[in-house]
Design a protein around this ligand. Structure first.
Ligand code: ADP
Ligand code: MG
Length: 290
């Protein structure tokens, strides 16, 4: 990316003030308030910028996601939550005009390194989407598909075991154990979303990214997913985008507030919701915009 369009804030051109042009040309003029970094980082984003063509949707975001924590990502519609989330497992790669700059580390290894196998990466960093999207296959096959392509089972019995374990962990087994051969798309919305969670879990991910996983669900189905998230954090690291501040408060230990592509504030969830340190966070959580 060339410098001019990045200097969107009317900054004095660097040459004019005698600065090294490389020092500031790629970095917007802000700092994240709070504690974006943790000691036990599972994933670390550093200076992540995401572009759609010429438009920069994520500006220089640095953030750690701690092992076995649930981190909530909140902010007004269009602020870049989904875009940032997708940069954590290279799902932006499949959008042709989208370019990611910066580094994202998983256990200290750069997922944007040239030799990264993105299929394997997306098994390690799984994703659950806004709208439940089961494959047009049986309930069993929805869960068995990933373990099969990744060669995780050596026999039918082993595959059966993975399917059962994943459905149990997704808190769906009791409801579907007698209808495993029925299409996944025939389940209720909440069941479909738990099926998608089972599908993500089946390949033994380390991190699960959830992009507004309850926004298409009723309150009872939502409550079940929230309970599930609480159980899943024992085994997995979870980043969840949500437009519901109540949900963020209920399920997460840390909260990150985004605004116009910038990571404004990160902190312990309770602190962010009760004593936000940044004015923009306060405006959002008190409902002045969003
Ligand atoms: P959020 O999830 O917080 O609502 P998004 O990450 O979806 O925000 O979008 C951030 C910005 O990037 C918005 O301005 C949006 O219009 C733009 N954007 C998102 N996806 C695309 C895309 N596929 N092509 C072009 N622009 C996009
Ligand atoms: Mg979104």
């Amino acid at each position: 990316m060339n410098a001019p369009q990045l200097m969107a804030h009317g900054a004095v051109p660097n040459e004019a003030v005698g600065l090294d042009i490389h020092a500031h040309s790629d970095v917007s003029d802000y700092e994240t308030t709070g504690k974006p970094f943790v000691d036990n980082a599972k994933m670390s984003a550093r200076n992540v910028n995401v572009f759609y063509g010429e438009k920069r949707a994520i500006m220089d975001v640095s953030l750690d996601i701690g092992e076995n924590e649930v981190i909530a990502m909140i902010g007004p519609s269009g602020c870049g939550k989904s875009t940032f989330l997708r940069s954590l497992n290279r799902m932006n790669d499949i959008i042709p005009i989208c370019k990611v700059k910066g580094d994202v580390f998983l256990d200290g290894e750069n997922i944007y390194a040239g030799n990264q196998d993105t299929v394997l990466l997306r098994a390690r960093v799984g994703m659950v989407f806004q709208k439940p999207n089961p494959f047009p296959k049986s309930i069993y096959e929805n869960v068995a598909y990933g373990p099969r392509i990744h060669g995780l089972a050596h026999s039918k019995a082993e595959l059966d075991e993975i399917v059962e374990k994943s459905l149990r962990r997704a808190s769906l087994w009791d409801e579907v154990k007698d209808v495993l051969d029925q299409p996944g798309t025939g389940l209720s919305g909440g069941q479909q979303q738990r099926l998608c969670i089972a599908r993500a879990i089946a390949v033994s991910p380390e991190v699960i990214l959830m992009d507004e996983p309850c926004s298409a669900l009723d309150p009872i189905a939502t409550a079940r997913i929230e309970e599930l998230i609480d159980e899943l954090k024992e085994r997995f690291t979870i980043a969840i985008v949500t437009h519901s501040m109540q949900q963020a408060a209920r399920v997460s230990q840390r909260t990150a507030y985004f605004h116009l592509g910038k990571l404004i504030e990160v902190g312990d969830t309770k602190q962010v919701f009760t004593m936000p340190a940044h004015e923009l966070t306060e405006n959002y959580i008190t409902g002045r915009f969003g």
